[in-house]
Design a protein around this ligand. Sequence first.
Ligand code: AMP
Length: 433
Amino acid sequence: MKYQIPKGLFDILPISKEAFKETDKWQYLESVINKLAKDYNFEEIRIPIFEKTELFIRGVGQTSDIASKELYTFLDKANRSMSLRPEGTASIMRAFIENSYQQNSKLTKFYYMGPMFRYDRPQKGRYRQHHQFGVEVIGDNSYEIDAEVIDMLMNLFKRLELKNLKLLINSIGDIECRKNFKIALKNFLKPNFEKLSEDSKIRFETNPLRILDSKEKCDQEILKSAPSILDFLSNDEKNHFEKLLNLLDTLKISYEVNDKLVRGLDYYDNCVFEVVTESQGAQNSLGGGGRYNSLLKSLSGPDLPGIGFACGLERILQTMIDQEVYFPDKKGPYLFIIPACERAKEFAIILTKDLRHHKIPTEIDLHAKKIQKSLQLANKIKASNVLILADNEMDSKKAEFKNLDTREQIAVEFENLKSFITDKYYNIGKKNV
Ligand code: AMP
């Protein structure tokens, strides 16, 4: 039987046919994210890959696509319903509550990175296992925090040198405001009900707000003259939103207010935002988030406000590749040792071990025969230098050390070999810091 990876999943490999599935690109993106999180004083939280199903149903909201259609759910051996995590926020709230985290500080700033699972129809930019980077800030309801979180997301894209992105922003008020708006929206849609897409007809009852961000042309045509949720905000909410937009202006963060942006998850209230690109066809959302002031309380936790975002690493990488942005060059080992005769082998193995113990990235060609072939291999794995140990070198007790970039070559006495390589490596290392 030939085993194949399940549909909608993919491997991340050192060499892959698709550039966005290459390990070094992921590592680069992850390093930029870790540095970004440090610069904004966010600390990492690691949550489990699966949780009790009811957490996601309660957390994400029963009517959201994620909870109603896309959960990977299974029964464990004790017949308890478990689900693979479809997103991070619900688990983070559970962890916050369970660990009484509010006792540690007034303001909590978490970030996370890792795989999420959604049973959806796979296509370019949409996978059944995808990876997210996200943040959650708990304990502050100020518009300044909203701006900090939005700036952080936009700064990530700036550091990655992405272009042609649009920040969409909206306020969807609180539950009361949305209740009134839902009535107005349904009244508006009722006469046009038959013209709505099939999905929107279902959502008319289950989650009418989601009709607003339908991608279907027929829905969009009808929605052109729909009531705006911004007209239903309370004075406080209006004030908060206006101050946030003013601060974004001051911080020179460009945005577009889009009163149809509601986001897929049920837990948001007040400000919501999304960053979109034109280069990905239908799956053009790189990331998004919003405020969730009642989520913790609804999960039986403290009455604390929160705001967060999540962005998809696959889509970010794909956009970086499409836009041909900078990726650091892939680096191979510092030294590639070629024991080109049988009697050099043991000497080379001991040297390799010693250098590795000195933290010098070293590879050895255990099956070296022809020096030319080994040199090709060294180039292929992008080694910086080679050390040749053939019959001549064993007779003269001098190894040939060759820099593959400059082609400079030097004969080094065996007894000085270790200190020569170590000195060279660490001097270069210092220059590169
Ligand atoms: P969401 O939790 O739906 O707001 O998703 C946050 C981000 O994760 C989105 O903006 C996408 O970039 C990414 N994302 C969501 N679902 C998928 C998926 N099925 N495949 C790839 N990326 C996804």
